[in-house]
Design a protein around this ligand. Structure first.
Ligand code: ITT
Length: 179
């Protein structure tokens, strides 16, 4: 079975990769640091990161973000910094009293093998009014995917993977590799 490194420092992300891909690959977590440029698109962050990772090929990297309509897409590409500073509580505070709670998660997976390719997944949903659930990671306790009444943090990993931004991007990656 082929081994693919997932370059990430985020164990929550890695769990999701393992759940979905481990029947096709040996998925290994590698938390080697790479510079993340402050670009306005996730795709640009991933393309830039490739330049620093040649020694670890074949690999995948993942850049993701939460985009909130009422906040004009914030925290978006700043999601990691905002998680460390404001956290879920800070986002709920910014959204206090807001009726338009629409939001989406985006995930861009960069595959660096004999070629470099990007796969994108989007999951629409809304911001809850309070934190709920203790599964998942990051913004999961405040994100309710469209068509559901519970947050990502109230879902098991396999269930989240079936509908999430990352699950969709991984599906596109698998479809590509099986072609
Ligand atoms: P790496 O860059 O090392 O992979 P990171 O945690 O910095 O890890 P990102 O920049 O892609 O990853 O993520 C931006 C933030 O969004 C970060 O705080 C994540 O925890 C959060 N996040 C990403 N995907 C998420 C998901 O599926 N559910 C909840 N939060 C998520």
């Amino acid at each position: 079975m082929k081994t693919l490194d997932v370059i990430t420092s985020n164990k929550g992300k890695y769990r999701e990769y393992e759940e979905k891909l481990s029947s096709t690959f040996v998925v290994k977590m590698n938390n080697v640091h790479y510079p993340e440029i402050q670009a306005s698109r996730l795709e640009d962050v991933v393309h830039h990161a490739f330049e620093y990772l040649e020694d670890y090929v074949p690999l995948m990297i993942d850049d993701s973000g939460l985009f909130i309509n009422r906040l004009k897409g914030f925290p978006g590409v700043y999601s990691a910094y905002v998680m460390k500073t404001l956290g879920c509580e800070g986002i709920l505070k910014l959204m206090e009293g807001e009726e338009d709670r629409k939001a989406r998660f985006e995930c861009v997976i960069g595959l660096f093998d004999d070629e470099k390719r990007l796969f994108k997944g989007i999951c629409e949903g809304r911001i809850s009014t309070k934190m709920r659930g203790d599964m998942g990671f990051g913004y999961d306790p405040i994100f309710i995917p469209s068509g559901y009444d519970f947050t990502f943090a109230e879902m098991e990993t396999d269930r989240k993977n079936k509908i999430s931004h990352r699950g969709k991007a991984m599906k596109a990656l698998l479809d590509h590799l099986e072609r």
